[in-house]
Design a protein around this ligand. Structure first.
Ligand SMILES: [Fe+2]
Ligand SMILES: [Fe+2]
Length: 281
């Protein structure tokens, strides 16, 4: 029985890429701008623990999947998220080396993830689908608008592009597992509201903590620039809003936004010299 809905031409392939971004992370690597840098760094702080939670949530249901295609995609998903966690742990360590008290900043998110870990498996999987929707929409936006990252250092552009490509490849894996094993549309949408609240809350708080350490928390210029980036021009959150909200539609599926062409184009930009195919864990 076919359960996977990942379309033809998309393969969920973990790639071991080596990104040395430690020198970049000592600087305001995005456009020499404190807010943009803090915003992306704030996202990175959530990845290692968040993505491990996604892996655990999907793994719980793995044995119930009879479709060999979806089984292979689950292996790919676990491999990709595992590697993202590894790269973002190194990223976050480099932020520590810059002088940020990352352990203190992470403590509140750590408590949240521990709370999520105690929820019933069905809710954890629904939460994973909701969080994966946020990463998929942001990934699609970053890949569609390379100019939004144009002011970033080349190594950071490459790292975020790699993550965005793989988030796009596996955007329906947790969703297909959920649809087959749980299938409750109401639960999916209610949990998404919690995910939305927490995603914006932790991204905002982390951004504030990093800016505070920079001595820029009360800088009007920093916040006006940041608001413009997120809500004005280019307005990355404003422009993502319709795609974020699409998840609340009955019968929503991640591949209703067919961005295979974008994916194919972006895959060509990954340097083959720095890449070797990974082995899923
Ligand atoms: Fe990821
Ligand atoms: Fe993901």
């Amino acid at each position: 029985m076919t359960i996977s809905s990942t379309p033809e031409g998309v393969s969920v392939t973990p790639r071991h890429l080596d990104f040395d971004v430690s020198a970049d992370l000592k600087t305001d690597w995005h456009s020499n701008d404190a807010f943009r840098t803090a915003f992306f760094n704030a996202l990175s702080l959530q990845f290692p623990e968040g993505e491990q939670q996604f892996i655990d949530a999907v793994r719980h249901y793995r044995d119930r999947i009879g479709d060999p295609k979806l089984q292979a995609e689950i292996r790919g998903f676990i491999g990709q998220e595992g590697l993202h966690g590894r790269e973002h742990r190194a990223y976050n360590e480099a932020l520590k080396a810059r002088g940020y008290d990352i352990d203190a900043i992470d403590a509140r998110f750590h408590r949240h993830v521990a709370w999520v870990g105690r929820l019933p498996a069905s809710r954890r999987l629904a939460g994973t689908c909701g969080a994966e929707h946020y990463t998929a929409v942001l990934a699609n936006a970053l890949l569609s608008h390379p100019e939004w990252m144009a002011g970033a250092t080349p190594a950071m552009q490459a790292l975020w592009r790699w993550h965005a490509i793989e988030e796009t490849e596996h955007k329906a894996v947790a969703f297909d597992v959920y649809r087959h094993c749980i299938g409750d549309e109401r639960l999916r949408r209610i949990v998404f509201l919690y995910v939305t609240y927490n995603f914006f809350k932790f991204t905002f708080l982390n951004t504030c903590s990093l800016l505070k350490a920079d001595g820029k928390l009360w800088s009007l210029k920093t916040w006006l620039g940041g608001l413009n980036f997120l809500w004005g021009r280019p307005g990355i959150i404003r422009r993502c809003l319709p795609d974020f909200l699409a998840y609340l539609r009955k019968g929503f599926h991640p591949w209703q936004q067919d961005n295979r062409e974008l994916l194919r184009h972006q895959l060509g930009a990954l340097s083959p010299g720095s890449m070797r195919d990974g082995v899923a864990r």
